[in-house]
Ligand binder design. Structure first.
Ligand code: 13P
Ligand code: SF4
Length: 306
């Protein structure tokens, strides 16, 4: 089938079935272009809670679709590629976390949203990269925090908030290679540019990076917002390269330079127009969360939602 025909059929089925397509910024450009809502993890969770559609087709990785299903249990949540995974979500299990809590009974557990439902069920507060600092700042003073699974986001929060924290040792295989040397080199090579960095990068807590006036640590939505409102013309982008599609379409007169050409989340790219159409046609693959698990996993998610 030709691309235009696939897109037309997707639009037709969407209308017939009262479905909505939620898409993360890291997916392929053609998937972003058919989105009803394009967002970062926090925005997508909020949208999943707000939508009046009967079906949510979630174009992203599995933990994101699972989070949407936890938030909207009355809706049918579909993921076109059920094995689209995430190295962070795979970096800690519910059992791991239960054991960590046993060893630290005084700790409050803050989990990044990039986790499975089992991990969320053991969690006190969820956060995304958009709201992590405010979630942690609002926790009762003096309480130790167990933060997981991303060590780089954790170290960044610890550095900025100066809270007592233990941090789980997992990372995002896409953002980990973004190190301080890369950022320092970009600062030198592009003296007129701001460097916009996702806090999953391994440079997230390096003082040479954090204290530089032209570096900014943001979630994907924060990066987009900065680029749009800054008077600057040039930006070095230190995150997954799918973000460039929206950056360039929102700001056709500005220049965006990837800090490295290989920052690609292969799991996010698994969603194609073909498997998205198939998902709508066959109403597959349904994300199911057992009720007992959902009842526990929803609590930390609700606590992070504004
Ligand atoms: P955002 O919270 O910026 O959407 O990031 C999600 C993610 O998976 C980053 O790798
Ligand atoms: Fe997971 Fe990293 Fe891919 Fe984000 S970019 S979905 S954290 S593997």
């Amino acid at each position: 089938m030709k691309k235009e025909d696939i897109i037309a059929r997707i639009q037709q089925l969407k209308a017939e079935k009262n479905a909505v397509i939620l898409v993360h910024y890291y997916t392929r450009p053609e998937i972003q272009d058919v989105a009803d809502y394009l967002g970062d993890s926090l925005g997508l969770s909020q949208e999943a809670g707000k939508t009046e559609a009967d079906i949510i087709v979630f174009c992203g990785v599995h933990f994101m679709a699972e989070t949407a299903a936890i938030i909207s249990p009355q809706k049918k949540v579909l993921i076109p590629v059920p094995d689209a995974g995430c190295s962070l979500a795979e970096g800690v299990t519910g059992k791991d976390l239960a054991l960590w809590k046993q060893k630290n009974p005084e700790g409050l557990v803050v989990s990044y949203v990039n986790t499975t439902a089992e991990v969320k069920a053991e969690t006190d507060y969820c956060c995304t990269s958009s709201n992590a600092l405010s979630v942690v700042r609002n926790l009762p003073a003096g309480r130790k925090i167990l933060f997981g699974p991303d060590r780089n986001l954790g170290a960044y929060i610890q550095q900025v908030t100066e809270r007592e924290m233990e941090i789980w040792n997992a990372c995002c295989c896409v953002h980990q290679p973004i190190n301080a040397e890369m950022v320092l080199q970009a600062l030198e090579q592009y003296p007129d540019a701001d460097i916009l960095i996702h806090p999953e990068a391994s440079c997230s807590h390096d003082e040479r990076v954090l204290n530089h006036p032209r570096t900014f640590m943001y979630s994907t939505a924060g990066i987009l917002n900065h680029a749009k409102h800054s008077p600057k013309q040039r930006f070095v982008i230190a995150t997954e390269l799918g973000t460039l599609h929206k950056l360039r379409s929102d700001n056709p007169d500005k220049e965006f330079i990837p800090i490295h050409p290989d920052l690609i989340c292969k799991e996010m790219k698994k969603v194609t127009l073909e498997n998205l159409l198939e998902a709508l046609e066959k109403e597959q693959y349904i994300v199911r969360i057992p009720q007992e698990l959902r009842d526990r996993a929803i609590v930390p998610i609700q606590r992070m939602m504004p």
